[in-house]
Ligand binder design. Structure first.
Ligand code: ADP
Ligand code: MG
Length: 292
């Protein structure tokens, strides 16, 4: 991940043809990209700068946002380009605060907002993936590199045509104003596929993703569980019951282990191998349930 010091946001904005900027503030909290909030008079924008190797991911993000904008609140893309080898994107700054932050301040809203969060996820899954996003089996091919037999089992039950999947749909990537979901952000992982893969991915994030070096407080554990319950209820009210979930949970757990293992091996990161114990346990459990 590049550091802010290596990228000058004013130079990136100038290269994108944006020169009437009144203020630039660094945004913390992002995992994958550099983000600044940019003021231009009364308008606010988000400047997102990717790593050089994220060209394809940045293209996919733009294609996914464009498609999702048909049904969901997403930031409008105002300008895009490659600056010093890095993809850069200027987006509308959306109203609201991350759902996770709102709920830690207002835990009693978890039922209503969690269900809205789930309904919106189900709504996304009604959209066919645009063919330009990625080949229809991109997700299956990626999974096959981690576990070929599991990818084959998933391929055999996957429904067609592939839908638009976000694959990082969690409460830091969704904004709320306290009464509704105001934006769905961060489409860098978007791919075509079976909605159950995205449903299982969010389940795994809400249930087992390590989010802090220390064990969570009991209030936080309770909030996380309540959010998962409400999201699931909202999703299933809109999308109906789903079959073969153990297979998709096994895949989500396997993918999360694959994602996090290199970070846990990096001494500069807080994540350590023992933080992955719940991920390993959960994955083992669903693999055995799916007969793997
Ligand atoms: N367009 C936007 N409108 C409002 N807030 C944004 C916008 N883009 C990013 N943010 C803020 O920055 C945070 C990280 O952005 P995100 O797109 O999720 O980046 P990352 O890929 O680094 O996770 C979000 O949780 C949100 O608080
Ligand atoms: Mg994010």
């Amino acid at each position: 991940m590049p550091t802010e010091a290596q990228v000058d946001p004013s130079a990136v904005l100038a290269a994108l043809g944006v020169d009437d900027v009144t203020r630039i503030t660094e945004v913390t909290g992002g995992q994958d990209t550099l983000i600044w909030r940019v003021e231009r008079g009364a308008a606010s924008h988000a400047l997102r700068v990717f790593r050089p190797e994220q060209r394809e991911a940045a293209n996919r993000e733009a294609i996914a946002i464009e498609r999702a904008s048909a049904l969901l609140p997403v930031p409008q893309i105002l300008a895009r380009g490659i600056v010093d080898d890095r993809p850069a994107m200027l987006l509308e700054w959306c109203r609201g605060v991350p759902l996770f932050h709102y709920l830690t301040q207002h835990p009693s809203a978890v039922g209503v907002l969690g269900r809205a969060f789930g309904r919106m996820h189900a709504q996304l899954h009604t959209l066919d993936a645009p063919p330009a996003l990625a080949p229809p089996n991109a997700l299956g091919d990626w999974l096959a590199q981690l576990d070929a037999p599991l990818a084959e089992r998933i391929g055999a039950v996957s429904r067609q045509p592939p839908k638009l999947l976000h694959l990082d749909y969690h409460p830091m990537n969704v904004l709320t104003d306290g009464s509704r979901i105001t934006a769905v952000l961060d489409w860098v992982n978007a791919l075509p596929g079976d909605p159950r893969a995205d449903f299982a991915r969010t389940t795994s994030i809400l249930r087992i993703a390590p989010i802090s070096p220390a064990p969570l407080s009991s209030q936080m554990r309770h909030l996380r569980r309540a959010l998962e319950r409400a999201w699931r209820q909202g999703y299933q009210e809109a999308a109906g019951e789903m079959s073969d979930l153990p297979l998709f949970y096994a895949a989500a757990g396997t993918a999360m282990q694959g994602d996090l293992a290199p970070r846990a091996a990096n001494p500069d990161q807080w994540l350590q191998s023992h933080h992955l114990t719940p991920v390993r346990r959960w994955t083992r459990c669903w693999r055995s349930c799916a007969g793997l």
